[in-house]
Design a protein around this ligand. Structure first.
Ligand SMILES: [Zn+2]
Length: 265
C-alpha cells in the first residue's frame, strides 16, 4: 500500500481532487496526506479529509506564509486543529526558507520552534521544508529535540553531508520528482540505506505548465519508486515495501487511523 505523505490539494477544485485521487488509486496509491501552509489551507485540508476517505491531513504554517501580524493565537489554533481532528497525522508544512525577504527570519525561527513544540506535545511527526537553510534547520531540530517525534525532511535537495546529518538526527529523507533528473540526488540514493527513504510528490496546481497532463500528481510516486529501483538494482515491490514500512514506523502513533480509513472501509 502506497501513501503520498506530502501533497497540497487544498487549492484544487473538488472535481479536480476527485480526478486526481482516481488517477492515484488507479496507479496503486491508496491515500495522501495533504498539508496546509497557513491557517486557511490547514482548515481546508481537514475539510478535505472529512470529505474523502483516502485523504489525510497535515496542519502547519509554512515559512513563506507567516502572517505579518503574527501573534500567539495562531499556535493555539494549529494546536487545536491537530488535537481535534482525527485525520491530522502530521504537523506540516513547517520549516525555514532563506530564499526570500530576510526581514521575517526572526519570525520564521519562532514559528518553526513553536510548531515543533506542538508536534512534541501531541506526539505527531513533522514534515519540514528547508531551502538555503539546512544548517539552521538542523540546529533547531536538535535544540528543540524534534527527533523525539521524528519526521521527514521533505523534497530533499541537499548534499550527502546534509543527508547524513538529518539521518543521524533520526529523520527520514523524502525524494520527489527531482530524483528523476538530478544525478547528485541519484548518487545520494545509491548510497542511502533504504530504511531512511520516503517518497512524495508535493503536488500542487502547476499553472505554469500549460499541458495539464504534465502536472505532478500523486500517481507519479510510481515513477520515483521505479527510479530508486533502477538505481538500487532492486525489485520495485521491495522498494515499495520498505518505503511503506518507513512511513508506518514514522506514523506509529497514528497508523491505526490509516488502517481505519484505508482498510476497514
Ligand atoms: Zn510542500
Amino acid at each position: 500500500m502506497l501513501i503520498d505523505p506530502h501533497v497540497h490539494l487544498e487549492t484544487f477544485s473538488t472535481d479536480e481532487i476527485e480526478e486526481i485521487m482516481n488517477r492515484a488509486n488507479n496507479a496503486g496509491i491508496a491515500g495522501v496526506i495533504s498539508a496546509g501552509v497557513d491557517l486557511k489551507t490547514s482548515k481546508k485540508s481537514i475539510k478535505l479529509s472529512k470529505k474523502f476517505t483516502n485523504i489525510f491531513s497535515g496542519v502547519g504554517i509554512h515559512p513563506m506564509n507567516i502572517p505579518k501580524d503574527l501573534n500567539e493565537e495562531i499556535f493555539l489554533e494549529i494546536h487545536n486543529l491537530a488535537l481535534n481532528s482525527e485525520k491530522v497525522l502530521v504537523i506540516s508544512e513547517i520549516g525555514l526558507d532563506f530564499t526570500g525577504d530576510i526581514s521575517n527570519r526572526k519570525n520564521q525561527f519562532d514559528v518553526f520552534r513553536q510548531q515543533i513544540r506542538i508536534a512534541l506535545e501531541l506526539k505527531l511527526p513533522i514534515v519540514f521544508h528547508s531551502r538555503e537553510s539546512h544548517q539552521e534547520v538542523l540546529r533547531i531540530l536538535r535544540e528543540e529535540k524534534a527527533y523525539e517525534v521524528g519526521g521527514i525532511m521533505h523534497y530533499f535537495q541537499g548534499d550527502e553531508n546534509i543527508a547524513n546529518q538529518a539521518i543521524n538526527l533520526g529523520f527520514y529523507l523524502s525524494f520527489a520528482k527531482p530524483l528523476l533528473r538530478y544525478p547528485h540526488l541519484q548518487k545520494i540514493i545509491s548510497n542511502l540505506n533504504l530504511n531512511k527513504i520516503i517518497v512524495e510528490t508535493d503536488t500542487y496546481p502547476q499553472r505554469f505548465k500549460t499541458n495539464r497532463n504534465k502536472w505532478t500528481e500523486p500517481k507519479d510516486l510510481v515513477l520515483i519508486i521505479s527510479k530508486i529501483s533502477e538505481i538500487k538494482k532492486m525489485p520495485f515491490n521491495e522498494i515499495e515495501a520498505n518505503i511503506h514500512n518507513n512511513l508506518k514506523s514514522l506514523l506509529k502513533n497514528k497508523w491505526h487511523i490509516i488502517d481505519k480509513y484505508l482498510i476497514d472501509n
